[in-house]
Design a protein around this ligand. Structure first.
Ligand SMILES: Nc1ncnc2c1ncn2[C@@H]1O[C@H](COP(=O)(O)OP(=O)(O)OP(=O)(O)O)[C@@H](O)[C@H]1O
Ligand SMILES: [Mg+2]
Length: 308
């Protein structure tokens, strides 16, 4: 089941107040988030990621397009009770303590004072901020503010949670802890939508991703499928002699790493088999052929690099 579905979503901002000049922040963006998954939206600065989250939350309005959340048009505001949100670079009033921030947001979500207390205790413990609960947040580090923000976003036990750069400013150990928390939430059936720049992290945690550039969706799919294969094959063999090496270089455009290892790049299975035949005809034993795996970062840089 889809928890979020958008069709041909577009958003134009005015470049300046009272100006006719427009910025197209989203252009015909169609995608879906499936129930129970961790979905990652990736894209360079200004790609339109935050705009999309704000539209999905009804904070700003699309210029055109359709949105369904929990199978209902978002003009039906009832979905907001089941949604949590960690904004990008959030600014909680800094004279409040951590506990007071949670109280404030808990009450805004319509929780009873008892529930706010119970859930605050539970989530402050979960994000490892219990001992700072009575400290004013102006004394918090960036990572501590992010943890508190995460607790705030979970407070109403949402079925769908939007996290805009949740690990921004968090150190590597803190990031691992946040990943664990998100995986736990997923185990409990929460659907998670996150925006991030940290591709290696997204790769570790997301089931599916969409890549956005200048408001346009350029790729989406399961992380495993997107990163599964490259067209680069790594061959390991018995010793290659000079004439074979020359032929590999000239005819097959291989990259020679050593006399027992070379790389071949091609998207043609026929070419690959021609190369294997050639090697075998020269009495060289193939000890291994491995197809190289792309990282999400390789893929991202290839795609975005070529669109800028
Ligand atoms: N309120 C606004 N008025 C005018 N233009 C805006 C407004 N908000 C965003 N934009 C523009 O829309 C585009 C998309 O911005 P958005 O904040 O959605 O990008 P982003 O992908 O979240 O970027 P980042 O990774 O830096 O957070 C940018 O060109 C931005 O300047
Ligand atoms: Mg943003």
């Amino acid at each position: 089941m889809n928890v979020v579905t958008t069709k041909n979503l577009s958003k134009e901002y005015s470049a300046k107040s009272f100006s006719k000049e427009k910025i197209l922040a989203l252009s015909n963006f169609s995608f879906e988030v499936q129930s129970g998954e961790i979905f990652g939206l990736l894209g360079p600065n200004g790609a339109g990621k935050t705009t999309l989250i704000k539209i999905l939350l009804g904070i700003t309005f699309p210029t055109s397009g359709d949105i369904k959340i929990f199978d209902k048009d978002i003009s039906n505001q009832s979905y907001k009770k089941k949604v949590g949100y960690l904004p990008e670079s959030h600014k909680f009033p800094n004279y409040l303590t951590g506990e007071q921030v949670l109280h404030f947001f808990g009450k805004l979500s319509g929780l009873s004072s008892n529930d706010v207390k119970k859930k605050s205790d539970e989530y402050l413990k979960l994000v490892d901020m219990e001992k700072w609960r009575k400290t004013k947040i102006k004394k918090y580090s960036k990572g501590m503010l992010q943890r508190l923000g995460l607790a705030q976003a979970m407070l109403n036990q949402p079925e769908l949670i939007f996290l805009d750069e949740p690990t921004d400013g968090v150190d590597p150990i803190g990031r691992k802890e946040i990943r664990d928390i998100l995986n736990n939430l997923k185990q409990q059936g929460t659907t998670i939508f996150l925006n991030s720049h940290l591709l290696s992290e997204v790769e570790l945690i997301c089931d599916r991703v969409a890549i956005l550039n200048k408001g346009v969706l350029i790729k989406s799919g399961r992380v495993d499928d997107i990163t599964a294969t490259s067209d680069n094959y790594i061959f390991t063999t018995t010793d290659l002699d000079e004439s074979v090496i020359n032929k590999l270089l000239v005819s097959f455009k291989c990259t020679i790493k050593s006399k027992n290892e070379f790389y071949f790049n091609s998207d043609s299975v026929e070419e690959l088999n021609k190369l294997i035949d050639f090697i075998r005809q020269n009495n060289i034993m193939i000890q291994g052929i491995a197809r190289e795996k792309n990282t999400l970062e390789d893929m991202f840089i290839n795609l975005i690099g070529s669109k800028n």
